[in-house]
Ligand binder design. Sequence first.
Ligand SMILES: Nc1ncnc2c1ncn2[C@@H]1O[C@H](COP(=O)(O)OP(=O)(O)O)[C@@H](O)[C@H]1O
Ligand SMILES: CC(=O)OP(=O)(O)O
Ligand SMILES: [Mg+2]
Length: 403
Amino acid sequence: MSDHAPTLLTINGGSSSIKFALFQIGAPLQRLLYGQIAWDGAGRAMLSYTDPASDPPQGQIEAPFVRESASAVLIDWLEQQASFDSVQAVGHRLVHGMSHCEAQRATDDLLAEIQREAPEDPEHLPLELSLLHEIAARRPDLPQVVCFDTEFHAEMPRVARVLPIPRRYQALGVQRYGFHGLSYAYLMQELRRLGDHAATSGRVVLAHLGSGASMAAVLSGRSIDTSMGFTPASGLPGATRSGDLDPGLVAYLARIEDRSIEGFQQLVQRESGLLGLSETSSDMRELLELEATDQRAAEAVANFCYQAKKRIGSLTAALGGLDTLVFAGGIGEHAPAVRERACQGLGFLGLELDPQRNAANAAVISSADSRVTVRVIRTDEEAMIARAVTRVLDLDSPPGPRP
Ligand SMILES: Nc1ncnc2c1ncn2[C@@H]1O[C@H](COP(=O)(O)OP(=O)(O)O)[C@@H](O)[C@H]1O
Ligand SMILES: CC(=O)OP(=O)(O)O
Ligand SMILES: [Mg+2]
């Protein structure tokens, strides 16, 4: 038996990181240990953690660069932590569930179904499934819950969901799904907590700019459109993903390079975006340092910011105007230069940044005169996963405010 109060573990497998957190179960949920394995643009992987109860409270350990083997390394490390014995349940982010979008218990049937769909999202699903299987193999007694990134967008209007290809594919589930939903749900919850009624009852663009980058248009609290589509490969360019491309490129590359479907996937998922244009790094932080001396890095950053600006414009059109813009994700939260360039020239929408506030990553970065409020919010997908676990497994102990 563990000496610790019961906890739950959250695992968030992203395309450049696996984030984890341990929460003490109760109301409110209390975050104990947290951290991530992150892969940088230079071929290194690090497990870093914060554990206020240990001495020292923070640390870093080198991790394997091969993503799938990182699952075992992470679970090995977690099992060595004293607090791990107290884990009663595990919650996972699953980026894509196709026909499934509601958080639910992971069953063998559900995982087998998602395994069949894994080739459609090679940047997330194989890794996320390996984390689920690793835990099930070691601790078959632990209930596991999966939370889908698509749930936030599930009620988008049909006009935004339908893809203009022959109708028969609709029956196969071919449609715009949209992703980063756990992050978007958290951002909307934060806007409610802040009492920002103009945002929660108005027209909001949420920009989650991380390794994968997307934006959502939210009207009166509901997602009405989003930049990613059938898979997270579409929409804005990402660290290594191309984002939207001319479909004619598939046939062209097949003809001139004899490129197979797998080869095309490799090109648009792993060799494109920031990495493809810069030829050096997929990491925005590194590219911002390089851009003064490296033309290719400068072009990669410029292209990313330009696409982001255009997307703010098109989602604003879908919303019929804009009251609030929120930046989140690794780039959105930490890169003033990207936010500045993505917002440059949007004065015609009544959007103006305050350069000092933007440089300081302040909570509100728009100027006092700006009609559109621009915010930076540190997203917290882990909090949303933890909440879903308590709800699905009915773990809520004493009544009280929820996180
Ligand atoms: N200070 C920074 N300046 C610019 N970019 C940053 C900074 N910190 C983090 N990033 C970017 O954020 C990305 C990771 O975003 P994050 O949302 O944490 O990733 P993931 O998509 O794996 O969840 C990194 O690839 C890096 O490019
Ligand atoms: C949906 C997606 O692209 O997620 P991430 O940014 O974590 O890779
Ligand atoms: Mg992420």
